[in-house]
Design a protein around this ligand. Sequence first.
Ligand code: PA5
Length: 464
Amino acid sequence: MDLRFDYNNMMSGVIGAHGVDEASADKDAELIKAAFNEVMDNRGKGWQEWTELPFTDGKEVDEIVSYCESIRKSAESFVVLGIGGSALGPSAVATALLHLRHNELPRAKRNAPKFYVEDNVDPDRMTSLLDIIDLKNTYFNVITKSGETSETLSQFLILYSALKKAVGEKEAKKKIIVTTTIGKGTLYDVAVKEGFKIYGVGKGVGGRFSVLSPVGLVPLAAVGVDIKKLLAGAADMAKASAVADVKKNPALMTAYLQVKSMEQGKNVSVMMPYADSLRYMSDFYAQLWAESLGKAVDKSGKTVNVGQTPAKSLGVTDQHSQVQLYTEGPFDKVVTFLAVDEYKTKQVITNDKTIDACDFLKGRTMNELITFERRATRYALYKANRSNFTITLPSVNAYTVGELLMYFMYETAFAGALMGIDAFNQPGVEEGKKATFAMFNRKGYEEKLKEIESVKKNPDYIIG
Ligand code: PA5
């Protein structure tokens, strides 16, 4: 494993009473073992098919690589239409691994299409996309596991019709790739009827756990990410997460420390990468952590209303925005730093002989500056007795990013098992989706509409 984990600053021996007692993991050994066994025993079963994705048959991965290679070489733009788990993974990985200003580079330097992930349905955003892309040379990957999500279907309808106008029906069909559950859902039926290229998402792979399935692999391969290396990193983290000894299993250990911290009232989990390339990893993590652990009931049906609110923060930017709160506000947070040893490039701070005032910076590097600022913030949190831990990537590459994704997924699954809740459902999200269908008078949602209408008779402001 290339990632390094340092959770000293979570422990009471280091940060005092607000930390987790060093002896507690031993005291809770049975609870930890039960949670570990629950996740291990379900690998590849039910909603835990995601655990097997890094070990996907090489032929399937080869097919994706070879299909996407011609798109990588020829297309000017590649657009993902999807939301939630169908968007956040591709977006996080592409930002981590592509040039930070990928879309602004000339084609020859990019060596891949421009990349857009269109998750929201703000009409102005759609208009602006249509203003900038050349439909004749753009591929669209419509991603929805359920095949029913209103946001994604609406985007598809608008763009497919624009595409048909621009290039004709025959050509348009070749530019749409659909990733969905095979044999199920509206989008699957449309894709078969229209003859689009289709990739499948396993039945037991939930949206937020799907980044290593074709949901992530197809768009990432199309923009030139080494998806085999990504899967190799994920596979190694899967192996590290299958070690029973909590002290040697980072995903299990940090899940345990987070759950213990929640019990102590730490209801906020701040994700703070010190690298712009990792900034959307916070969004990926936020969805996993929030949707998986924010639950009304436990597995026995008892009302528990649990969860820890993820907060996104970027180092060093948010040192000048949020860190004041982290160091002096309520003791309700755990801060996770994502550190990087070697950035992709080096920026020397020019040693300009004519300017004396900034002597301490001259001749040093931005690499040192961002690193010292991270350490300084860690120190400030430690001094204020605030729970924090650091995950270090030796460098941001496809292998370490694969490790990080798998670590987040296992950590979430272990936390869910420790909390006694179902980490793999999302009834709160589904309720909103159904209410949207009803408001659009979709067939089959008549009862839901009646329910909403009955609320409407109460003060209008309930649903606005
Ligand atoms: O994690 C989840 O299951 C959800 O957040 C989904 O990813 C999101 O709602 C999009 O669903 P779908 O992929 O079915 O369009």
